[in-house]
Design a binder for this molecule. Sequence first.
Ligand code: OAD
Ligand code: ZN
Length: 248
Amino acid sequence: MNYEKLFDRLSTAKNVVFFTGAGVSAESGIETFRGAGGIWTKLKPEELANFNAFLKNPDLVWEWYQYRRKIIEETKPNPAHITIAETENYFNNVTVVTQNIDNLHNRAGSSIVYEVHGNIERNYCVKCHTFYNSKDFTFEGKAPFCKCGGLIRPDIVWFGEMLPQDVFASAEEAARNCNVIFVVGTSAVVYPAAYIPIDAKKGGALVVEINVEETELTQMADISFFGKAGEVLPKIFNEFKKIKKLSL
Ligand code: OAD
Ligand code: ZN
């Protein structure tokens, strides 16, 4: 029944948005933040993901991000990222809006990826805003400094900080104009990012949630698939491919 309603909308959809969170990368081996075993159940975000904490102890914050970089570097996109990238074959415009900083949607081949919480591969100087790639440093326990003398920080949105305004504005515009939005692997509790599915709903989009459990969004979603993103997404689009072929 779910499929019928979904395929009906997908068959005429021109603009499709995927709004993703940590759950889309869980099957690549990257821990989520909330829920059983989540990062924020073991570590305090106020000590690691916060600008004042960074100024107080930049070496510790750098050590934490270098540790995460190493984990992320060793992972690869999973069938969920890959299926999302492949949907560009079926619709005019596919936009990925991700809260993830792991770069896996880009690595999977998605063309338009709005990273509303930043990207772990990028860093910038807090004084002059020069950008640096993470590969530009060999980390030896000390936070790096820019040529201008300023501290270099990861280009990640920390608690209490603004989202990159141009990126978020483009993401909201894509959400308002889409026909179908897939909300994949996010607890949908962190704002303003969590406005994206709300914007889409207001714009008349069909809201499809994919998650292993119920979330804050489930009530508002038109369709919910409970299962792993790396299994549910390939299943949906394999079926859709078959139907599309039949209707040609
Ligand atoms: P959360 O850790 O809050 O939520 C992850 C969601 O993924 C949960 O709803 C899980 O049920 C679901 N999930 C887990 N494994 C899954 C799988 N294999 N398939 C599908 N769903 C699965 O992560 P986010 O919603 O991304 O912010 O968190 C939002 C923001 O909070 C993050 O971007 C981060 C964090 O603090 C910053 O770093 C700025
Ligand atoms: Zn500088």
